[in-house]
Design a protein around this ligand. Sequence first.
Ligand code: DGL
Length: 265
Amino acid sequence: MSDVRPVLIFDSGLGGLTVLREARYLLPYERLHYVADDAAFPIGRWPEQDLHDRLMKLFDGLIREHDPKAIVIACNTAFTLAGEALRDAHPEVPFVGTVPAIKPAAERTSSGLISVLATPGTVRRAYTRSLIESFASKCHVRLVGSDNLAELAEMHLRGEEVFDAAISAEISGCFLDQDGKRTDIVVLACTHYPFLTNRFRKIAPWPVDWLDPAEAIARQLVRVLGQAAASEPSHEPDEAFFTSSPQNPSLKRLLAGFGLTLITR
Ligand code: DGL
């Protein structure tokens, strides 16, 4: 008998859908619940203590309500801040986290110049600094905090117009050209950003590798689930829960494109 408890995938907004689509591909039978704390969006600008407290309280409720067999925190901003505390508070639930892909970037770079594009919160985190010290001490790592890109990604996803100049202003700091070497990898350290990759490619002053961790996160979920992965199709729909209780039909349509039914209360 397969375990029909859902896997909960969490983000502050629509960014975690970049991870959900990979999870859906690798785990076609899994029942997925997508939770967005959109009432708090964007969380990249929140003070650390306030955000930490909010996340701890929110997850107490989510775990009670959804009884998930695993949780994917598809958000760098949340996981680099509260991942460890959440694991300590809920040892019965396996957590899969999202952290800036600094290690794979350091392994792949040819020029040794890497940029990490992230929210201001993720850029400030001690967690991010320690990833650089542990895995990229031989590289030149530039941290680029973006105030607006997560919101621009949501606008783009909703079909609203986003001008090249607005995107360019957020990503231009990623491109370093010094001593005959150029940045060759940009780590997308916010799950919203892969929705804009085609726009980034068009705007970039030279080609770089835009590193999206979504597939690696989904693979980690497969490993964590192990035998608990669903082996037959669930007859329950995949559902989405948004903390602001949005009612708008365009969001319903957008989520339906990801196979999700928006639950409104
Ligand atoms: N998607 C989130 C991340 O990976 C952040 C978006 C926000 O600022 O709320 O960091």
